[in-house]
Write a protein that binds this ligand. Structure first.
Ligand code: MG
Ligand code: ZN
Length: 369
C-alpha cells in the first residue's frame, strides 16, 4: 500500500523553501475528487477520552459522529514523544517534526513555509479562528516563525506582514498595547486595508463583514473565557468564516479553526469544563459540516495536536454523571483521532504521522512536489 510506505518516510521535514522543490517526501497521489477548499479543525488536547466524554454527556450523536472517514495520528515531535502544541501545529502547517516551543520553524531553526502561506501565494483566501489568543501556539504556527511560543508580541508582527483574509481570536493587547515597541499593529492592519472590530464594540453575531476587505475580530484583550464562563463566539465564527472566505477568492480557501481550551480544561484536570469545551467545539464542527455539505467542494478535517491529561472515564460513570480522572496535568503521547468529510476524505483513513495531514492536504490541493 502506497500510504503505508508514506507513513515511514513522513518523518522527514520539508525545509523552506524546498516545499516547492525536492525533498525526501513524496506526496500521496490524490485519488478521486479534489477539494477546492480545506478546513482544518484542531481540538487542542482532544484524545478519544475527551471525545467520548462529550458523546456520553451529550446523550445523542455529536456532529463528530457524522464523519464518514476516521484515522489515527501519531503526535510525537522531533525530540520528544510528548509534543507541545507548537510542534504539534507545525506538523500540520509545515509537514515538519520540530522541537517543542517552535512555531513555524523546522527542527534546524529554519522557517518553514506554512500551508496557509502557500495558499496565499496561490491566490486562495485564508483564515484563522481560535478560542484562545490568535497569537497562541496553535494558530500562530500557521503564520508566524519563532523559536519561542511565549514571544507573543513578536508573533503578532507576523499577522501584519502576512495579512490573512480572516482572523478571529483573542490577544488584542499584543497588537495595540505592546510592551516591546510602540507600534500599534491593529492600526497598521487597518492602514493596510483590514476592517477590525473587537469584543468591546460588537459581538461577532452582530457583524456582517464586507468580503471586499480582510476582516479581524478580537474576542478578548488576552485569553477569552471558557465556554462555561460565557464564551460563545466559536460556533458563530464557524458559521461566518467559510461563507466569508468563499467570497474572498474564486480559487478557494484554506482555514484553520481551533477548539483551544479543551487542552486547558485537561491541564486543570477539570472534567466538566472539558465536556463544555468539547461540546462547544462540536457545535462549531456542526456549522462547518453544514457549509461543507451544502458547498460540495470543501474537505473538512478534524483532529488534535495531542491528548492532554491522560484522561479516563472511570467505573461508576453514567451519562448524567461521568467520573473523569486525569493521570497527568500535561500532554500524553497517545494517538489522536482524525475525522474527514468531503472530497478527498478517504485519504485520511488509516494510521499515520501527524505530518501526513500536511502532505495529504497539499496533495489534495494539487500542489504535489
Ligand atoms: Mg492550542
Ligand atoms: Zn496543552
Amino acid at each position: 500500500m502506497k500510504l503505508l510506505i508514506l507513513n515511514l518516510i513522513a518523518v522527514f521535514c520539508a525545509f523552506f523553501p524546498s516545499t516547492t522543490g525536492s525533498n525526501t517526501h513524496s506526496s500521496p497521489s490524490a485519488p478521486g475528487r479534489k477539494p477546492k477548499n480545506i478546513i482544518l479543525l484542531i481540538g487542542d488536547g482532544m484524545g478519544l477520552a475527551q471525545v467520548s466524554a462529550g458523546q456520553y454527556a451529550h446523550q445523542k450523536a455529536l456532529n463528530l459522529d457524522k464523519f464518514p472517514v476516521t484515522g489515527l495520528s501519531r503526535t510525537q515531535s522531533a525530540k520528544h514523544l510528548i509534543t507541545d502544541s507548537a510542534a504539534g501545529a507545525t506538523a500540520f502547517s509545515c509537514g515538519c517534526k520540530t522541537i517543542n516551543t517552535y512555531i513555524g520553524m523546522d527542527a534546524k531553526q529554519k522557517p518553514c513555509k506554512t500551508i496557509l502561506e502557500q495558499a496565499l501565494d496561490k491566490g486562495l483566501a485564508v483564515g484563522l479562528v481560535a478560542a484562545c489568543s490568535i497569537t497562541h501556539a496553535t494558530p500562530a504556527s500557521f503564520i508566524a516563525h519563532v523559536n519561542d511560543r511565549a514571544e507573543t508580541e513578536q508573533i503578532a508582527k507576523f499577522f501584519v506582514d502576512t495579512q490573512a483574509d480572516l482572523l478571529i481570536g483573542g490577544g488584542m493587547k499584543y497588537f495595540n498595547q505592546r510592551k516591546t515597541d510602540q507600534r500599534n499593529l491593529a492600526t497598521e492592519m487597518t492602514q493596510k486595508g483590514a476592517v477590525i472590530s473587537d469584543f468591546s464594540r460588537q459581538t461577532l453575531s452582530d457583524i456582517q463583514p464586507d468580503p471586499k476587505y480582510p476582516f479581524v475580530w478580537f474576542s478578548a484583550e488576552g485569553e477569552p473565557p471558557a465556554a462555561a464562563k460565557g464564551r460563545d463566539y466559536l460556533p458563530v465564527a464557524a458559521r461566518l468564516a467559510p461563507a466569508f472566505l468563499k467570497q474572498r477568492s474564486e480559487k478557494g480557501f484554506f482555514m484553520m479553526l481551533e477548539g483551544s481550551q479543551i487542552d486547558w480544561a485537561c491541564h486543570d484536570k477539570n472534567g466538566p469544563r472539558e465536556i463544555s469545551e468539547m461540546l462547544d467545539f462540536d457545535q462549531a464542527i456542526g456549522a462547518i459540516l453544514d457549509f461543507a455539505a451544502q458547498d460540495g467542494e470543501t474537505l473538512v478535517i478534524v483532529t488534535a495536536d495531542h491528548e492532554t491529561g491522560g484522561m479516563t472515564l472511570e467505573q461508576g460513570s453514567s451519562s448524567d454523571s461521568i467520573a473523569i480522572n486525569f493521570n497527568t496535568n500535561y500532554h500524553t503521547a497517545s494517538m489522536v483521532p482524525v475525522y474527514a468529510f468531503g472530497p478527498g476524505a478517504e485519504l485520511f483513513n488509516g494510521m499515520y504521522e501527524n505530518t501526513e495531514i500536511y502532505y495529504r492536504m497539499r496533495a489534495l490541493f494539487g500542489w504535489g512536489e
